[in-house]
Ligand binder design. Structure first.
Ligand code: FAD
Ligand code: FO1
Length: 481
């Protein structure tokens, strides 16, 4: 058996600050990367072309990074539960290392791979957390249970010391020519393009692929917007957030690295106000971990409502309304602007994610699972835990104690897009309409028709009453059970 360790990348598409990769290098001078294009994931019906395009771009950059440190990243295109152990066995690898993930699919996939490796006497690194600062085992309630509410989770989470970035892979040996030949026979291929895989995205990406671009974005954000984040993050027309979500989803940047950057700005902070702003951004990183822990502890979240009241909720089946929501043609400007932003650039501002999710569930009374899936089909950062968490929060179907949260589209735009800049940016036909009409949504019918903008498909006031009524009924049923 050789000293080769294969490092299996999945959602850690980087060589810097990568805990599993650093552990592999410590155990052997010869570490080779592998990524398996997985039909179980790529052939699902909720994969966004923009996300795969970003992922493939990151893989290309990762191959370049491996070449710089003297090794390579192999690409497989097959079911990993067979392909990874088969490649390891063919190369006589002594071990396969990877970083753990919280998603139900990953848990099952990884267990199967572990079994196959064990049968072949190949070692593996078990339970190595990398994409979160604290593992689900570390953050537990006083009675050693999982948290279901964010605020106490945050208090515990922030009180724990955080790890420093781990050593970045500097140099390693790659495969010999003979081993490369063996790898090919075991299925290693050249990296296909996203188009080759059937994913067409011709638009730009809000974040360029690869570690260097993510690191630049982090630096840019932490030297500019982070000290005004608390206020600015609420305005969708303002570039006030990091737009690092896709990099965090695919682990193109290390979370310890990100955390360290926040500590550095905190140390240099000159006012209590700036400190509070940086803290708020740290809280968002904790939301990300809260939802990942929730998915790990309660995998049933992936299948639908957590609260009993919402398990059999009488949602509307209205294909026309759903289509209007998807296309940004509901007649509610802030909702339509947001949906068009996502359809066009593959990313949507957080405030607008909350607005459109509330609108789908509380105004159209449509099952949040449909919205959740549509988001996954269109977001560059689409992530099971964060997306499910956001939808369950907006639908009031999740673990959050506040039961009914209804956003009024007009007050949301008045507060957060007061000059209708965002609305005008994404709905060109409304550019010449008065701001007052746009933010209240009360565009005179003649003007609406003249510019070709649809009438509101529902009445917010009536619909929210409807929702509340159904909610009360369901609550009564579920407490009678
Ligand atoms: P920043 O404001 O710069 O925040 C920094 C990072 O913190 C983000 O990149 C993200 O990793 C994390 N974060 C911020 N807010 C949240 C949050 N509420 N929940 C979890 N993590 C958060 N985020 C995703 O990454 N993927 C999704 O699929 C996703 N779907 C969502 C669906 C709904 C209905 C809602 C309400 C929110 C969703 N979010 C999702 C959370 C949030 O909207 C995005 O993370 C954020 O808009 C990304 O922009 P940013 O990188 O500029 O964020
Ligand atoms: N991970 C892989 O190992 N192989 C893939 O082909 C792959 C595709 C993919 C597509 C969309 C997406 O959002 C994520 C994708 N990932 C892929 C990463 C995936 O999140 C992780 O593999 C998880 O561990 C799966 O539970």
């Amino acid at each position: 058996m050789s000293n080769l360790i294969l490092f299996w990348h999945r959602r850690d598409l980087r060589i810097s600050d990568n805990t599993g990769l650093a552990a592999a290098r410590q155990q052997s001078p010869k570490v080779v990367g592998v990524f398996c294009l997985d039909p179980n994931l790529l052939e699902r019906d909720d994969v966004a072309p923009v996300r795969v395009t970003y992922m493939i771009g990151c893989l290309q950059k990762l191959q370049e990074r491996y070449a710089q440190v003297g090794s390579e990243l192999l690409i497989l295109h097959a079911n990993p539960v067979q392909a990874i152990p088969a490649l390891a066995a063919a190369l006589g690898a002594k071990a396969v290392f990877w970083n753990w993930d919280v998603e139900p699919y990953s848990q099952e996939r990884d267990r199967t791979v572990i079994n196959a490796l064990s049968e072949n006497g190949i070692q593996f690194l078990d339970q190595n957390w990398d994409q979160i600062l604290h593992s689900p085992e570390e953050i537990r309630t006083g009675s050693n249970g999982p948290y279901t509410v964010y605020t106490p989770f945050w208090k515990n989470w922030i009180s724990k010391p955080k790890a420093n970035p781990v050593e970045t892979l500097q140099n390693t040996e790659g495969l010999t020519a003979k081993e490369q030949e063996i790898a090919k026979q075991a299925g290693a291929i050249a990296l296909p393009s996203a188009k080759d895989l059937g994913f067409i995205w011709d638009g730009e990406l809000i974040l360029s692929p690869g570690e260097a671009a993510a690191q630049d974005r982090l630096e840019e954000f932490t030297t500019r917007a982070i000290t005004e984040y608390q206020e600015q993050r609420n305005f969708p027309a303002v570039d006030g957030t990091s737009q690092l979500s896709a990099a965090l989803k695919f682990g193109v940047i290390g979370i310890r690295n990100v955390w360290q950057a926040t500590i550095e700005v905190l140390e240099n902070s000159r006012s209590d106000e700036a400190t509070a702003n940086i803290r708020t951004w740290q809280q968002e990183l904790a939301w990300r971990e809260f939802y990942q822990h929730a998915m790990y502890n309660f995998p049933e979240l992936a299948d639908g409502a957590y609260r009993q009241t919402f398990k059999n909720f009488p949602w509307e089946t209205n294909e026309e309304h759903f289509q209007a929501w998807c296309e940004g043609k509901t007649g509610y400007p802030i909702v339509d602007a947001a949906m068009r932003q996502m359809n066009e650039i593959g990313w949507m501002h957080n405030r607008c994610r909350m607005i459109v999710a509330s609108f789908l569930t509380k105004d159209l009374l449509i099952n949040p699972q449909l919205g959740e899936k549509y988001f996954m089909q269109h977001l560059i950062d689409g992530d099971l835990s964060a997306n499910n968490g956001g939808w369950q929060w907006s639908a009031s179907s999740g673990m959050d104690p506040k039961p009914v949260r209804i956003f009024n589209p007009a007050s949301q735009s008045q507060k957060f897009d007061p000059e209708a800049e965002y609305i005008r940016q994404w709905i060109p036909e409304l550019r010449s309409v008065d701001t007052e009409y746009l933010v209240t949504g009360k565009i005179p019918p003649l003007e609406r028709h003249a510019v070709g903008y649809p009438d509101p498909i529902v009445d917010h006031k009536i619909q929210q009453q409807q929702f509340k009524q159904r909610y009360q009924q369901q609550k009564a049923f579920s407490s009678a059970e």
